[in-house]
Design a protein around this ligand. Structure first.
Ligand SMILES: *[C@@H]1O[C@H](CO)[C@@H](O)[C@H](O)[C@H]1NC(C)=O
Ligand SMILES: *[C@@H]1O[C@H](CO)[C@@H](O)[C@H](O)[C@H]1NC(C)=O
Length: 221
């Protein structure tokens, strides 16, 4: 049988979209400190393409490890970049953004580690931690989507509020649209941080169990 030409994973459509997301994020970060319109449009587009590339991967049968990795890294680095801008705009609150970044990176890192190399579960979102909140959080795609959307909205509105409260859509409310969306999505962002914390704790305990198991095996020998 003649050799099939080697597939070039780097040219898969979802991965091309992934490179576009990186470029958009870089443009967004360049403009963000002084041009909230270009800055937020590029940032939001980059975020929304995340859903598009997942969809493209499934419908074109072009899911790949490279794509999954690219996606994860773009998400982490993208949110980190936004938080750096927020630190600049709201220096007094920097500690909150630092904690948020720490939680984001550590929880994803440890979850990824414990679910791929260690516990060998099939997907990033199907580990059983025995915690019913987390179970619901990870098995219900709409819930996860809602939480991510709420969280992203909260941080994006916080960014926009620095420049303008937004249009006054409700005449009886002395609050712009961006202010309003910020306050509405704040509880969701707080809940999401709490879930990240549970996830971090759950993954740490799972790794500790593996340690205990391994030491028990070694003692027997
Ligand atoms: C996707 O691609 C794989 C590998 O090329 C193939 O085995 C599988 O049948 C394809 N699935 C669909 C739904 O086309
Ligand atoms: C919420 O979104 C921000 C900005 O994108 C991100 O930095 C943060 O890590 C997210 N928080 C959680 C708990 O996912």
């Amino acid at each position: 049988m003649p050799d099939q030409p080697k597939e070039n994973i780097f040219l898969f459509v979802p991965n091309l979209i992934g490179y576009g997301r990186i470029i958009l994020a870089l443009v967004a970060f360049y403009y963000m400190p002084y041009d909230p319109i270009i800055g937020s449009i590029c940032y939001i587009t980059s975020g929304m393409l995340d859903a598009v590339d997942g969809y493209a991967a499934r419908s074109l049968n072009q899911s790949s490890r490279v794509g999954a990795m690219l996606d994860q890294l773009t998400d982490r680095v993208g949110t980190c970049g936004l938080l750096m801008v927020l630190c600049m705009l709201y220096p007094r609150w920097a500690i909150l953004f630092q904690i948020s970044t720490a939680l984001d990176i550590t929880s994803h890192w440890i979850h990824f580690y414990s679910s791929t190399s260690l516990l060998k579960s099939a997907s990033h979102k199907t580990v059983d931690y025995g915690s019913s909140i987390l179970k619901l959080y990870y098995t219900s795609r709409p819930l996860l989507f809602f939480m991510c959307l709420g969280n992203e909205t909260c941080y994006t509105m916080l960014y926009l509020c620095f420049f303008t409260p937004g249009p006054f859509v409700l005449p009886f409310l002395d609050m712009g649209l961006f202010d309003l969306l910020f306050f509405v999505s704040l509880p969701i962002a707080i809940a999401k941080s709490f879930c990240s914390w549970l996830q971090l704790k759950g993954a740490m305990c799972a790794i500790a169990d593996v340690d205990v198991e391994e030491r028990k095996q070694l003692k027997k020998e």
